[in-house]
Design a binder for this molecule. Structure first.
Ligand code: GTP
Ligand code: SPV
Ligand code: MN
Length: 616
């Protein structure tokens, strides 16, 4: 059954009456059926204009959803405080509803599409009563580009409209691209909080029941009950990763949870690098890296998602499908990420950060000095003596990519950029070296497949617990994970045949000493590892083979210049046979959980690692 089974009324409904001229009939029909089912008070088609955004923001200030910040300190900027029960993506309520369970794989919550449609049908009925239904046509990627895809999201949350307006190219231009032959992704969202006649609204409506449901075959997303981040900005993780991983598998390209940057070496050669780190593991920071090594420059193309597709010459090209950054606030400060701080000077919507008494924002790690008094993310008085953080650990900023001072002039090139290197990295206190290179593409796929990270407070689960997060895609893969690996192998083999797949590396900025202190300073000093990687591509530096592939030969990285002494440097590459054997056993168990679908190349990667460990 369809989620929306209302008959199309002969009479023109509000939705049909107000749709912009030229809207494709397939969109109008979908919107009309949804409006009849969810029964909003009105339907508004968004044009993505500045006056529209200004109007929505004014309404949200009036409703108490947004608090304006001081117009001198942070012009055009606002703070939103969410419902304390709605502060992050909820993986346990995220579903992949493919026709066959084996196409979702063991690491997704699978529900048969018919059952989920029935559930959603019930939940969406009347869900928008008393609210406005907004219709947002949007482009993922530069409008009109060859890699660009289109979608339409409906929502009853003005906060989500403003967020989508920053995070995507939303509005009239995108709508004009959708014709009768355009495949567009249907994204239906409601906060699930209908209002009875006369009932007062709350600043952050949501519902304790949440469903973030994906139908990969029919390219649909249905989200109920949350207005936060990836639960509600359906263009982001839901479309650009979960649905896009299914589209990419059908069409021969890759949807990746990767930042994208351009780095120019002292000899003036530019490289493009895509890097997959799990959530809250440093993508935004690395994308905005300020090199401490003279002569190197880094420019930003994207901080979270990249689509990699073979170009006309067969080499892999990448675009950032997004148009904004939805970045983690805590830990972002002048000393760690000055570029982000400069990006955040105006026109930002902050969510769940703390406010200073003079109308500015604050979060843990923004300044060394902690303000004597704040209003915390819950709206309560806060002092340094308080036992809870002032900002929620997953508090975030939403800001346009174009206002990032290091944005690269090719960030919105519709053709994308040729990818020279791919990096995988997680948060690992032990075992994994600072940097290593894969022997070849297949070994790189093994590295990606066995990527693991220790959980942070920003994620569900126990802090510090290790979880395998293949390709940093565990919560974001809309297909069977092992099929995704096989797909990576095939795409890489084709790129190799066409004259060169990107080189693949692994990094770990988070290794700790016995006292729990980071051995590596990270942030701007990460350029040392990046420079070694790119020098490897040029054949300028030597490496040494080991269990993790090729690590820098003695003296190839000037660790003293990064402020790291010889003992710490040795520890960053330390190989403990017993710990590594346990690591390999853990990886083996993890691969086994995917059963017979695990590609032989990935199993070979583990066999080689075991042999290298045994030889230690
Ligand atoms: P998502 O938006 O959730 O996908 O996160 P992300 O991968 O973009 O992570 P982000 O760059 O926001 O960093 C998250 C946390 O990691 C912040 O607290 C950073 O300060 C910290 N971090 C980033 N880079 C480094 C680094 O090189 N070393 C250390 N020690 N911490 C880092
Ligand atoms: C992540 O969790 O990886 C994010 C935030 O980038 S969200 O958009 O909420 O998924
Ligand atoms: Mn992310």
């Amino acid at each position: 059954m369809a989620i929306i089974d209302q008959p199309l009324r002969a009479a023109r409904t509000e939705a049909a009456a107000t749709h912009p001229a030229g809207a494709d009939p397939s969109i109008v029909a979908w919107v009309e059926r949804l409006a009849l089912h969810a029964t909003p008070d009105e339907v508004v088609w968004c044009d993505g204009s500045k006056p529209e955004r200004a109007r929505l923001i004014r309404d949200m200030v009036d409703a108490g959803t947004l608090t304006p910040l001081d117009s001198e300190k942070r012009p055009g900027s606002y703070v939103a405080r969410s419902n304390p029960e709605d502060v992050a993506r909820v993986e346990s309520r995220t579903f992949i509803c493919s026709e066959r369970e084996e196409d979702a794989g063991p690491t997704n919550n699978w529900v048969p599409p018919s059952g989920m449609r029935e559930t959603l049908h019930g939940l969406f009925r009347g869900a928008m009563r008393g609210r406005t239904m907004y219709v947002m046509p949007f482009a993922m990627g530069p409008v009109g580009g060859p890699l660009t895809r289109y979608g339409v999201q409906i929502t009853d949350s003005p906060y989500v409209v403003v967020s989508m307006g920053t995070m995507t190219r939303m509005g009239a231009e995108a709508l004009a691209q959708i014709g009768p032959d355009t495949e567009w992704v249907r994204c239906a969202h409601t906060v699930g909080a209908p209002l009875a006649p006369g009932e007062a609204d709350v600043p952050w409506p949501c519902n304790p029941t949440k469903y973030i449901s994906h139908f990969p075959e029919t390219r649909e997303v249905w989200s109920y009950g949350s207005a936060y981040g990836g639960n509600a900005i359906l263009a982001k993780k839901a479309f650009a990763l979960r649905i896009a991983s299914a589209i990419g598998q059908d069409e021969g390209w890759l949807a990746a949870h990767m930042l994208l940057l351009k780095v120019t070496n002292p000899r003036g050669r530019a490289f493009h690098v895509a890097a997959a780190f799990p959530s809250a593991c440093g993508k935004t920071n690395f994308a905005m890296l300020q090199p401490t090594l003279p002569g190197w420059t880094v420019e930003t193309l994207g901080d979270d998602i990249a689509w990699l597709a073979p170009g006309p010459d067969g080499r892999l090209r990448a675009i950032n499908p997004e148009a904004g950054f939805f970045g983690v606030a805590p830990g972002t400060g002048r000393s760690t990420n000055p570029v982000a701080m400069d990006t955040l000077t105006h026109d930002v919507v902050f969510t769940n950060v703390a406010m200073t008494d003079d109308g500015d924002v604050w979060w843990e790690g923004m300044t060394d000095e902690v303000p004597a008094h704040l209003t915390d993310w819950l709206g309560e008085d806060w002092t340094p003596a308080s036992s809870t953080p002032a900002a929620h650990p997953n508090s975030r900023f939403t800001v346009a990519a174009a206002q990032c001072p290091t944005i690269s002039d090719d960030w919105d090139d519709p053709q994308g950029v040729v990818v020279d290197a791919i990096i995988f990295g997680g948060r690992r206190a032990t075992n994994v070296p600072l940097v290593s290179q894969s022997r070849d593409w297949a070994h790189g796929v093994f590295m990606g497949a066995t990527l693991a990270s220790e959980r942070t407070a920003a994620a569900e689960g126990t802090v510090g617990e290790l979880r395998r997060d293949p390709f940093a895609m565990l919560p974001f893969c809309g297909v069977h994970m092992a099929d995704h690996w096989q797909h990576w192998l095939e795409v890489g083999a084709k790129a190799d045949a066409a004259g060169g797949a990107p080189a693949i590396f692994q990094v770990n900025w988070f290794r700790k000493d016995a006292d729990g202190r980071f051995l590596w300073p990270g942030f701007g000093e990460n350029i040392h590892a990046l420079a070694w990687m790119l020098d490897r591509i040029e054949g300028r530096v030597e490496g040494v083979e080991g269990p993790f592939g090729v690590v820098p030969a003695e003296g190839e990285i000037d660790h003293a210049a990064a402020g790291v002494d010889d003992a710490a440097w040795a520890s960053l590459f330390g190989l403990d046979k017993a710990a590594l054997t346990a690591e390999a056993d853990d990886a083996a168990g993890f691969l086994d959980s995917y059963g017979t679908k695990v590609p032989a190349e990935v199993r070979d990667g583990l066999a080689r690692m075991r042999a290298d460990i045994d030889a230690l």
